[in-house]
Every structure is written in C-alpha cells, then in structure tokens.
Design a binder for this molecule. Structure first.
Ligand SMILES: C[S@@+](CC[C@H](N)C(=O)[O-])C[C@H]1O[C@@H](n2cnc3c(N)ncnc32)[C@H](O)[C@@H]1O
Length: 279
C-alpha cells in the first residue's frame, strides 16, 4: 500500500465494479491510506499485515481468488524521509528501521548486541557490502551507537575515502543490509510470492516492483522455477522432480522506467517491474 499511489491508479481503472485489497505492515501507512482512499469506499479494503500472511488476509477479506497481485517491495518515501524511523543516513534519528514498530528487532539491537561476525554477514549478504568486515569491526569498536549519524560515521571511518562509491552514499549498503535484516525482507518476499500464486485465479497476473538486485534476483528465480515443468539438475537423464509449471513469464526482461519517468521521480531510477501469469 505504501503511500497509496499505485492503489489510487488501479482503483481509478477498476471502479466501478472492481475491488482492491491493500496491505502494509506499517500501521502508519494503513492509516494514511484509509484517509487517502476514502472516496473509493466501499471498493477498497486496507489491512495491516505482512506479505507472508497474504493468503490468510486475502481469504478473510474475500479476495481469494484474485485477478492481480502487485508487490512494490522495500520502503516508502514516507518511511525513508522520516528521520525518527531511522532508515536514512540523511538527518538524525534513533536506529530503529522497523517497518512495523510493533516488531521486536531493531537496528539498534543488531549494531549494539550482535557479534561482529553476524553484523559482517548481514552487511555482506543483505547490503552486498565489500567492506562488511571492516565496517562490522568499526561498529563494534564504537559501541554503543545510538543514532543514524553514529552509524553513518562508523561506516565513513571504516571505508578508506578513495574507496567511497561515486554514485551512492558511502553508508547506503550498510543501511540497506540492516533494514533488510530488521524486517526479514527477503523471507517476506519469498513467502509473498508463494502466497500470491496460491490466491491468483488461473489467467490472473502477479506483478513485482524491485529496487535492488537482491529483490529482483528472488523474483527472477521464482518466476524461472515456477514456469518450468521440470526442475531436475540438467545432467539428470530422467525427470524425478514431478514439478509442473504454474506460471508463464510475461516480461522476459524487467521493465525499467523511461528517462522521463526518472526525471520526474528520481527514486524510480532503480525500479524493475516483472510480470507473470498463472496457468
Ligand atoms: C515502496 S513502498 C510502496 C509504495 C506504494 N506502491 C505507493 O504507490 O505509494 C513499500 C511499502 O511496503 C511495505 N512493506 C514492505 N515489506 C512488507 C511486508 N513484508 N509486508 C507488508 N508490507 C510491507 C512498506 O511498509 C512500505 O510502506
């Protein structure tokens, strides 16, 4: 649901007659969407919940089966731009990074209580950060870290200035890695894609918008596996997996924003849209 931008566009096209269920794990996004979309009542239902609970939420709300499931992964501009949510190295806020502030794990807990090896793993796996080991060592040496600025300064000190990336802030990957870990984002995506497959009607479509390669790779590999009749290793002469294709890929290559769209909305620059149709 996020800031309800897609929801509004979809509702304008499917009403009257169609219905939309929006979900977000962030209660603030749910409240804002209820207000923003009030004029579409009763065609719109908004529920606080996670991708991994999609089957349950859709069944309870009367959206199983569904014609279309759209995922727009990651964090919203509202979350990113609120310093107190702790997602951004710009501005100063506590190290929170929870999309759902009812959840237990925070970024503060990871940086101040996890051991260096675990922090390194998080930054390497979820942030794809080459300097993960050094950053983890600097974080541990500077404990306790309280704010996003403390964290950004630890990263700045850990990476030699001549190795700072040119196109992104030096702390971007660290913040991404922690955020993904705090919110278990990759597990959520996997569970969400499976859930979407369960609730879609035959001929229905799922669409995903990813913002970084980890997300996009998960979708690509899910679509690849689910569009094949056999997923046995290629060297195996006879199929033993019994796997049957459930999806047909609609977008062989991900759809990327046009130059005009990026000019109008620079945050769209790394977005990748993929679509698949249920068989
Ligand atoms: C990029 S924003 C969506 C923006 C939206 N499409 C719009 O048009 O405004 C992503 C939203 O997904 C939510 N989110 C991320 N992971 C989630 C999950 N596992 N379950 C439910 N919501 C999630 C975030 O809280 C955030 O509000």
């Amino acid at each position: 649901m996020g800031q309800a931008g897609h929801a509004r566009q979809i509702l304008e096209r499917i009403t009257p007659g169609g219905r939309l269920l929006g979900i977000d794990r962030d209660p603030a996004a749910v409240q804002a969407a209820l207000v923003a979309l009030a004029s579409f009542e009763p065609a719109v239902t908004v529920v606080q919940g996670r991708f991994s609970d999609l089957v349950d939420i859709a069944q309870k709300a009367g959206f199983d089966p569904a014609d279309l499931v759209l995922f727009d992964f990651g964090i919203s501009s509202t979350q990113l731009d609120a310093p107190e949510r702790g997602f951004s190295f710009r501005g100063e806020g506590l190290l929170d990074m929870r999309m759902d502030q009812g959840a237990e794990l925070t970024a503060e807990r990871i940086v101040n209580h996890f051991d260096a090896a675990e922090i390194e793993r998080i930054l390497r796996t979820y942030g794809e950060e080459r300097w993960a080991r050094r950053i983890a060592q600097f974080i541990v040496a500077r404990r306790p870290l309280r704010t996003t600025r403390d964290l950004a300064q630890a990263v700045e000190a850990a990476i030699p200035r001549k190795a700072w990336p040119r196109d992104i802030h030096v702390a971007t990957r660290t913040f991404q890695g922690l955020r993904i870990a705090v919110n278990e984002e990759l597990d959520e995506i996997e569970a969400g894609l499976k859930a979407a497959l369960t609730i879609l009607k035959p001929g229905g479509r799922m669409a995903t918008i990813s913002f970084h390669s980890l997300e996009d790779r998960m979708v690509k590999s899910f679509f690849n596996v689910e569009s094949k009749d056999c997923i046995c290793p290629p060297q195996q002469p006879v199929c033993t997996c019994g796997h049957r294709a459930t999806l047909q890929i609609v977008t062989r290559r991900p759809v990327r924003p046009s130059e005009a769209e990026v000019a109008a909305n620079p945050r769209a620059r790394s977005a990748r849209l993929r679509v698949a149709q249920k068989l």
